[in-house]
Design a protein around this ligand. Structure first.
Ligand code: GLU
Length: 448
């Protein structure tokens, strides 16, 4: 058991799909909260749904977390922990907190429809609790296998102090007793999650507000198992630019981020801050994001996720990346000097490739303005000293020779030398482009 003061968080995805931006945010907040408190961040695969869970999805979740740099200290799989759930189930059963129920899905559906037609909430009527031993024996003799419900205690209001939402209070009589085990013996999410949170020593459960009702029920499961519930932080969900994008958000994940050249640090910088009263800033250091993480500053309204905002944060993160962080993603031969010269003009690391071509490869030169001026530029470029500061040497000599100055001097040179209308500081680029290439490009522009 961990010491009570040590923070333990967990990210508990169901491996029934790849991670999407909503789960990535949940993972991030759990990871940052543990980081902030020097605690432990754990990964738990909620794979009790054997039909929909796959090893391939579990692998992709592990790989995505790794790419995001959110490394869990340990990973457990619910499918490995059956004995633990069985023991908890028996304990609850002995305490009269679980009971068998025999209704079919169709019968339950009908009950809900009847309630709806009377404008009543769809709360399970606990008919199974009224069955006698004989009723049950008869049903089982007919081959009906029961599923199992957790009996909520209706006598006490469910309460917790949510780190995001403040004091919460739910009336258990307004909730259906949750089904915790299927007729085939398999587990539903509700009980294993609480059992694992106890067993793993989880102190803080950070998740989306779609789990608030589950939390109400789980608070009672924790107590029924003799445990103090962890602290809860239920964050408001994400929305897209417009309602219709919610579907898109559900499929937006690390593959789309990687494809768009988004850095993991940009994902973290944005997702740590949207929906909070703190500004989104291009903070590349997770320790800084962790220090400023404060659930008290999360709003209750849905947080708006905007891909353009992510791209903008990404560009500002890319500008800060040191060469060592990107070296293995740059074209062969591109060195620190070249990276440092161009990184401030990039929106993605991959864009560096185009500038490396400008520096060291073949480009289509663009000729603007007077051909005579460009010819003079080519000639001047031949004669200057390339050792120190060729850009200033070239422009000063050309200005003296032609009388051209300002934009009319600089812009045609930039276009001819780089093929681009704008870009990194020419004083940094030109020494790397080098004399031979520069003269050839200026000549080609003059001839073009
Ligand atoms: N497997 C659940 C989900 O993905 C976990 C919820 C929780 O954090 O307990 O929604």
């Amino acid at each position: 058991m961990s010491a009570p003061e040590q923070v333990v968080t967990r990210f508990a995805p169901s491996p029934t799909g790849t991670l999407h931006v909503g789960n990535i945010r949940t993972a991030l907040l759990n990871w940052l909260f543990a980081l902030r408190h020097g605690g432990r961040f754990m990964l738990r695969m909620d794979d009790t749904d054997a039909e929909r869970s796959t090893g391939a999805f579990a692998d992709s979740i592990v790989a995505d977390l790794d790419w995001l740099g959110m490394r869990p200290e340990a990973m457990v799989r619910q499918s490995d922990r059956d004995a633990l759930y069985e023991a908890a189930f028996e304990r609850l059963r002995a305490a009269g907190r679980v009971y068998p129920a025999y209704e079919t899905a169709q019968e339950l559906d009908l009950k809900r429809k009847v309630l709806a037609s009377r404008r009543l909430p769809p709360i399970y009527d606990r008919a199974a609790l009224a069955l006698t031993d004989e009723d049950r024996a008869r049903l089982e003799a007919d081959g009906v296998r029961p599923h199992w419900r957790f009996r909520l205690d209706h006598d006490a209001q469910i309460m917790w102090d949510d780190l995001v939402r403040g004091p919460q209070s739910l009336d258990p009589a307004l909730l259906s007793d949750p089904v915790i085990r299927r007729a085939d013996g398999s587990w539903l999410y509700m009980m294993p999650s609480a059992v694992d949170d106890i067993d793993m020593g989880v102190t803080h459960v950070v998740r989306g507000e779609d789990h608030v009702t589950n939390t109400g029920m789980q608070v009672q499961i924790f107590s029924a198992l003799g445990a103090v519930p962890p602290a809860f932080a239920h964050v408001a969900l994400l929305t897209g630019d417009e309602g219709k994008l919610s579907k898109r958000l559900g499929s937006l994940g690390c593959d789309a981020f990687r494809e768009a050249g988004i850095e993991p640090a940009a994902v973290a910088a944005l997702l740590a801050r949207i929906g909070t009263s703190l500004p989104v800033e291009p903070i590349a250091d997770p320790a800084v994001l962790a220090e400023t993480l404060d659930f008290g500053r999360f709003g209750r309204a849905p947080a708006r996720f905007d891909f353009d905002e992510l791209a903008a944060v990404n560009a500002r993160i890319v500008h800060q990346l040191p060469f060592v962080a990107v070296a293995d993603r740059l074209p062969a031969g591109m060195d620190a000097a070249a990276w440092n010269a161009v990184c401030g003009n990039l929106t993605t690391v991959a864009d560096a490739g185009a500038w490396w071509t400008v520096i060291s490869g073949e480009i289509a030169v663009v000729a603007e303005g007077d051909r005579g001026f460009l010819a003079a530029a080519a000639e001047t470029a031949e004669g200057i000293d390339w050792g120190a500061d060729p850009w200033h040497a070239l422009t000063a000599a050309l200005k003296a020779a032609t009388g051209v100055k300002g934009r009319a001097l600089f812009h045609p040179l930039r276009l001819a030398l780089t093929g681009q209308d704008s870009g990194p500081d020419m004083a940094a680029l030109l020494p790397m482009i080098g004399r031979e290439r520069a003269v050839a490009r200026l000549q080609a522009a003059a001839d073009g």
